[in-house]
Design a protein around this ligand. Structure first.
Ligand code: CU
Length: 490
């Protein structure tokens, strides 16, 4: 309501009678919140205070906006800037540049090798350096805030004519310069994807100096490890070594034990994480599903494993169909069908629910959707990850409290990425907020219908501005590029 005296009210927005889940893991409590500009101005008993707008949120939970630690929204945050798949889940900040893949510094991104193409159609997006990429993201006014990592594979593509070998000293020097520019511009750290062909030939002599450069600037080292199947422990040791030698905090991306033979092995991997955490800063993230998704890689096919096609350039109509059905229809083997479908993307059902449940309970486990926004028939994690953790893993399975689920999505990642003024409901912090209905909140996206928006996410505020309302849909454009180590203007 507008203040009738004509004087400007002390607050812009007043959210009254909410159940506050502050992001730290502490129990929910009843209070009101006032927003002024882009910040939380007051928390407590505020009824009667004057505000330009007041929303009664009785019966609803009020939490810090969720931080999606692992995304490939590098291009989507400009070309699909409303960020509807994310904001509709309550996500207010996404971390891009994962798995070694970032949109900068790439001059001719439409000619890049797989899997950089998982970012989508890139011919209209060319950024020689991170400063120009950051300016472009800010100018696009995305619906969520954006934190960007520097992709090692993208550095390689920019610096090396031959990706099939470790970098020469000259090539490494050139990658170091590009990384230095990116970190000075405010990138959050370095990511590698040494599993994927563009990064695979890199050895520790190439990776460790880059990790050190990111660490010198206060950045983190995130890695899509070399192997998440039989050799997962060896790959973890490789990642620990690079982070230790490079002196940067480690983030193991979308931790899993993939493949039928490795079912249950999270017992071993988490024991290793725990022992290393005594001397090293290690965290991990995961998505709450039993299928992974990426480009279609015939090396990942296993007898009896279901594979869902998410997109195919030569056969667009195959999107949403299972590979075994396509093979039967075509009268060929799955491998032959896969070859004909490429370039393509897929969901691989190769993760056991038992491992998802064990990993998600780990105190250092954060939530990262790994959603692929440009896929024609995407993995449902793109639209469903965050409400699914609350509904399925906290409320239905009781693996942890709702407060702990929120901590995994807010203060834990905020701390990991150095976002000191976000991730916790506290006076003076940025007003990135989500208001959800604890009775109805749930994911609705499925493998069959993957683009169904979540339910029960009533309102989302980004930098103090209403950015999603379940009843009204999308205004938008209040997100910012969050530069590491700088105080954002506000
Ligand atoms: Cu990824």
């Amino acid at each position: 309501m507008v203040n009738s005296t004509g004087a400007s009210p002390p607050y812009d927005t007043l959210l009254v009678r909410g159940s506050l889940i502050d992001g730290t893991g502490h129990s929910a409590y009843g209070a009101d919140i006032a927003i002024k500009g882009d910040r939380i101005a007051a928390i407590g008993e505020l009824r009667g205070a004057r505000a330009a707008e007041e929303i009664d949120v009785q019966g609803k939970c009020l939490a810090p906006g969720f931080i999606d630690t692992h995304t490939h929204d590098d291009q989507a945050c400009m070309s699909a800037a409303t960020m509807e798949p994310k904001i509709s889940q309550g996500v207010t900040t996404v971390v891009v540049g994962n798995c070694g893949v970032s949109l900068a510094p790439l001059d001719h991104p439409s000619e890049v090798p797989e899997p950089i193409n998982l970012l989508g159609e890139l011919k209209d997006f060319s950024y020689r350096d991170f400063s120009s990429y950051f300016d472009a993201v800010d100018a696009a006014r995305p619906g969520t805030n954006v934190v960007a990592l520097v992709g090692h594979s993208s550095l390689r593509v920019a610096a090396m004519p031959d990706l099939g070998r470790p970098a020469t000293q000259g090539e490494l020097d050139s990658m170091m310069n590009m990384l230095d520019e990116a970190m000075r511009a405010g990138a959050g750290g370095l990511s590698t994807g040494v599993f994927y062909p563009p990064g695979r030939a890199a050895d520790s002599g190439e990776v460790i100096p880059l990790v050190r450069k990111a660490g010198e600037h206060g950045g983190i080292y995130a890695t899509r490890m070399r192997n998440e199947h039989d050799a997962v422990l060896d790959s973890m040791r490789e990642a620990f070594e690079a982070a230790r030698e490079g002196g940067a905090p480690l983030l193991i991306s979308h931790h899993k034990c993939a493949g039928a033979r490795n079912r249950g092995r999270s017992r071993e991997t988490l024991a290793l994480v725990d022992s290393v955490r005594e001397t090293q800063d290690v965290s991990l993230d995961l998505y709450p599903y039993d299928a992974g998704s990426s480009v279609l890689d015939l090396d990942l096919l296993e007898d009896g494993m279901r594979v869902l096609i998410t997109w195919s350039i030569p056969h667009p109509s195959a999107s949403g169909k299972y590979l075994h059905d396509i093979a039967r229809e075509w009268g060929c083997s799955e491998r032959e069908a896969g070859r004909a479908l490429k370039p393509a993307g897929a969901c691989y059902f190769f993760i056991s629910e038992e491992d998802v449940r064990r990993i998600i309970q780990h105190p250092a486990a954060m939530i990262g959707s790994d959603g692929l926004p440009m896929d024609r028939h995407p993995h449902p994690r793109l639209w469903g990850t965050f409400p699914r953790v609350i509904r399925r893993y906290a409320m239905e399975h009781g693996l942890f409290s709702v407060e702990e689920a929120i901590r995994k999505m807010t203060s834990l990642p905020a701390h990991r990425f150095g976002l000191h003024d976000r991730g916790v409901l506290a006076v003076g912090n940025y007003a990135d907020l989500v208001i959800f209905d604890p009775v109805t909140v749930a994911d609705r996206a499925t493998y069959e219908n993957p683009t169904e928006a979540a339910q029960g996410i009533d309102h989302v505020f980004v930098n103090g501005c209403l950015s999603w309302s379940e009843m009204q849909g999308l205004p938008t454009g209040y997100g910012r590029l969050l530069r590491r180590g700088t105080i954002e203007s506000g």
